[in-house]
Design a protein around this ligand. Structure first.
Ligand code: MLC
Ligand code: AMP
Length: 503
């Protein structure tokens, strides 16, 4: 049977070709990738990780961290990446829910995480930003030759947690073929070849940086500049020798404001991809005016990988996410009944295809609720299809804020604020933000006589929620606006405060 995803990666890997370059000039070839991921896979097995076991990973971005993902594939484990911003309070839930056999963390978190993992039968190893740590020491003792564990197309490769509109986060189960089929489609659609050099400035704990950017590079035998994070100066320098960049809209907003962004500076680049959040048409236009390149916007989500893309050749239209990718069926339906709506009308975007996940980890009811009887997945995004077939995303049917490409579910933040002494209730909304697209904002009703202020609310959230989920501002009101059914009218709040972050 082989190992469905890694066999495909191995098949295009030329041992001497460069896979990763870092800013400090270090290089890893494809041969190094196979050797190190083999050693790490051996270390995982020696630690007792068996096929199907989850390996949770909360580490800084590094080439070794990417090799650990590949090692998990090869060892037949289920890779479970976690945002480095998550607090111990948040990790407690993920580890309790996923019950990983092994948790790999940075050295600073070792003690705190060991206490949590121990409660759920898991052990802890370390990997730091420079690529050392106890797991790497163990890998050094393992041979480079590793016999990959057999995994078929439907076996799980990864679980990525996505927050829920109600209740706790859900683990999206992605199979080897979900990842492979989508990466091959994107490789061909975006014309990736072994000559490409990708600027990789995204985090590697989400779909965009981990699967879209890394798997597409691997399956093309291309190379990447792996940067710890986005930095406009550094990215512009790399454009002298790179060919492709993938980013969230905030990357492009920041580049457009940079005086160094010119046609000359981007002359060697062949493609700029944007996704994970809505790209403003004005950013698309400004980028084009300054560089002559039309940004290519695509649309995806954790549960489905990539669904649509603007064309490689042909018009890349601002404000649209392009056409369904080959093999992906996409329709727009009435949110309630699920009946398809005519083209041009807005409804719920639903998708079906080899890209769509296998359901939420240990949540069969939640999984069933998000699929139609004929197998289409209900994305929660509202959209329409225009007369040329381009898909437009016009809003969200789910209460979700996207800030700098990270998703924040208001309910999670509201629950934390509502639990604070002196708070009657709160509403968390996203307001237009010049840098992050949307800025998380809390509107709070204080109890009579309570003296709670903005700082107290923010201090109270510090150890509870990841930094990017914490409100940029906290506002106080006498009452929240409600409709006749008693539901909080977040649209009214969004309108009232729409200028809050305007420069
Ligand atoms: C950082 N901060 C954020 C934030 N990122 N706040 C809100 N939203 C964010 N996205 C906080 C920092 O902790 C800091 O807090 C302050 O805001 C300013 O930080 P910064 O230095 O300006 O931020 P920076 O480190 O430059 O990060 C911004 C960013 C980063 C946009 C480069 O967030 C990023 O790389 N985002 C990409 C997310 C991503 O990969 N999404 C893909 C999901 S997959 P303080 O303490 O200083 O006040 C998906 C599916 C699909 O959605 O379709 O792809
Ligand atoms: P995530 O759960 O982090 O995978 O986020 C997925 C969500 O991001 C989607 O459901 C959309 O709401 C949003 N998204 C991704 N790409 C785009 C895009 N190009 N335009 C608008 N929204 C997008």
């Amino acid at each position: 049977m082989g190992n469905h995803l890694f066999d495909a990666i191995r098949a295009v890997a030329t041992p001497d070709a460069v896979f990763i370059e870092t800013a400090d000039g270090r290089r890893w070839t494809y041969g190094d990738m196979i050797a190190l991921s083999g050693r790490l896979a051996g270390a995982l097995q020696a630690l007792g990780v068996r096929a199907g076991d989850r390996v949770a990973v909360q580490v800084e971005k590094s080439p070794e961290a990417l090799m650990l993902y590949l090692a998990c594939l090869r060892a037949g484990a289920v890779y479970l990446p976690l945002n480095t911003a998550y607090t111990l309070a948040e990790l407690d839930y993920f580890i309790g829910d996923a019950e990983p056999a092994l948790v790999v963390v940075g050295p600073k978190s070792r003690e705190g995480v060991a206490a949590i993992a121990g409660n759920h039968g898991g052990r802890v190893e370390t990997l730091d930003a420079s690529g050392s740590g106890s797991l790497i020491e163990r890998a050094a003792d393992e041979p480079v030759d590793f016999t990959d564990v057999e995994r078929g197309p439907d076996d799980l490769a990864a679980i990525l947690y996505t927050s829920g509109t109600t209740g706790r986060s859900k683990g999206a189960m992605l199979t080897h073929d979900n990842l492979l089929s989508n990466a091959l489609t994107l490789r061909d659609h975006w014309r990736f070849t072994s000559a490409d050099r990708l600027i990789h400035a995204l985090p590697i704990f989400h779909t965009h940086g981990l699967f879209v950017a890394s798997n597409v590079t691997l399956l093309s035998g291309a190379s990447m500049y792996l940067l710890p994070k986005f930095d406009a100066d550094e990215v512009l320098t790399l454009m002298e020798t790179a060919t492709v960049m993938m980013g969230v809209p905030t990357f492009y907003v920041r580049l457009v404001q940079h005086p160094g962004l010119t046609g000359e500076a981007t002359a060697k680049m062949r493609l700029f991809v944007s996704g994970s959040a809505p790209l403003l048409a004005e950013t698309h236009r400004a980028f084009s005016e300054k560089t002559g390149h039309a940004l290519l916007e695509r649309y995806g989500m954790t549960e489905t990988n990539m669904n649509t893309s603007n064309p490689y050749e042909g018009d890349r239209i601002a404000g649209t996410v392009g056409f369904p990718l080959p093999g992906v069926l996409l329709r727009v339906s009435e949110p309630e009944g699920g009946r398809p709506v005519p083209d041009g009308e807005t409804g719920m975007i639903e998708v079906k295809g080899p890209n769509v996940f296998r359901g939420y980890w240990r949540m069969p009811e939640k999984t069933a609720a998000e699929f139609r009887a004929d197998g289409f997945f209900i994305t929660g995004d509202l959209g329409k299809i225009d007369e040329r077939g381009y898909v437009h995303i016009v809003g969200r049917g789910k209460d979700l804020v996207i800030s700098g490409g990270y998703n924040i579910y208001p309910k999670e933040v509201e629950t934390e604020i509502d639990a604070m002494p002196g708070v009657v209730e709160s509403a968390v909304i996203g307001l237009p933000h010049p840098d992050f697209g949307e800025g998380v904002t809390a509107v709070v009703v204080r109890a009579k006589g309570a003296t709670l202020d903005e700082k107290a609310v923010l201090d109270g959230l510090k150890d509870r929620l990841a930094r990017y989920k914490q409100p940029k501002r906290v506002l106080f009101v006498e009452d929240l606006p409600r409709n006749t059914m008693g539901k909080v009218q977040k649209n009214v709040l969004r309108q009232t405060y729409e200028d809050l972050y305007k420069a």
